[in-house]
Design a protein around this ligand. Sequence first.
Ligand code: FRU
Length: 549
Amino acid sequence: MRSILKHITLTVMLVFGSRLLPAQNLSLTITKRYLNLPVSQTQNRGIMQFRVQGKPERSFKIRLATDKPDYWVFCDVAALKGKTISISYDGKPEGLSKIYQDDAIAGQDSLYKEKNRPQYHFSTRRGWINDPNGMIFYEGEYHLFYQHNPYEREWENMSWGHAVSKDMIHWEELPTALSPDSMGTMFSGSTVIDYTNSAGFNRGNTPAMLAFFTVDNPEKEVQCLAYSLDKGRTWTKYNKNPLIDSKAKWNSKDTRDPRVFWYKPGQHWVMVLNERDGHSIYTSKNAKEWRYESHVTGFWECPDLFELPIDGDKNRTKWVMYGASTTYMIGSFDGKTFTPESGKHVYTTGSIYAAQTFTNMPESDPRRIQIGWGRIPQPGMPFNHLMLLPTELRLQTTQKGLRLSSVPVKETGQLFTRTGQWASLSAAEANEKLKALPSLDRFRVKATLKLSHATSAGLSLFGQRILDYDLNSNLVNGVFYSPEDMTSMEVTADIYVDQTSVEVFIDSGAYSYSLERKPVSAPKENLAFWGNRIEVKNLELYTAQSIWK
Ligand code: FRU
């Protein structure tokens, strides 16, 4: 009885209130590619749901603007053309009537030209990005999937965004690859190509691309599988997901970020999975049934594990394991157990997090190439964070033992034009040369500094110390660094500056770091070396191109 009364009251409220209250629902027949939605960061998140013929099509959280939007986001609804969708929203409904369809996204004209848009780093058109996922090279394309919130510039609605590139430099963003479903949201993971049809999803001569990812929900995190037969454009989720549910075993919700690769000597798949306090190894023959093998403690989130030649000699190799922070161990791996032999070491610090490496590189190009998430905010923009430059990882013999180094891949060379090179300059002379850079929006500077005091010296950009070498404490921008020749008074820094980011490679990548480029507050000196009577032994200046057309 009570519930009938409640029902009647609700219906009456809706009917009689309809003239006063803005609509909670919107019905649209899709004729265009995009639905544009207004967002305001000052509104609370509400749940928006699309229904097609009464069936839920998608559901996500959004801060729908009631008044003037801060920015617009979009849904690619190309697949729904000709269909009528009904949109409901449980937040403040005023913005519903502002939603419109178009063949262009709102803001298309200024896309990639926005004030704080990184010009030679990948960033998404709209929304938030974090970890790179599923990095793979396949049929001439590099695939970069990534943790993505398409509906807001902050973390939420975790999906796999997708971009492809022929050179790891110029990217084309494609529609979202994996979206949340009734099991939960799509957390980080990896992809492989199933050349032997081990999972049985291949069609004719087309091997399936398999994606392994974590599904997160308030209760737990489980490992799942999806496959694609069209080079990652569309995906089918495996109907017997999840593959692994290990919450009870670890008495922890933190079981995530499967990194899968084919272990050739054993002819089986290997999954490295972060579980509570470290990385576990699982193995499988069919990519569906997984067996727990071993565990290494001391890592948090986003595993990677790969074999590298020592000093480029492919007959002598070691394995490298790391987690999201990029601290790593060097060791050996027999297909089931990783045995640490040295570490933990660090080769890069700063904004980088959750870096992953490309799998399935061609035999003719066995480089191990990494892309890291750059935790660098893009203030006031309809998008947030970026991917750092792709770098090649190498294992080298040093005075301290084997160490990982990282340098931008050779493909980055096309971005930069050298405008001058000089030797043996005083700081004042070098600072004069720096003035010749046509723009400080984006550029590259390579410099070798010789210090005359064991104090600090470096390079500043509008007062921000983008290189700060303290020889007394052996710190480079606050992190311990001792060069190969520990009595050397020299440091070489290759510095890449974009709109919002700085990446610095010290001594051919023996150590590197990334940081947020601070917005200019007071107009101090532009770009200048400082230090106690330093010598700039070598100086190279480069202009940088934009990767966006
Ligand atoms: C690392 C991480 C992963 C997780 C993802 C969620 O940044 O926390 O462990 O899968 O982000 O977006």
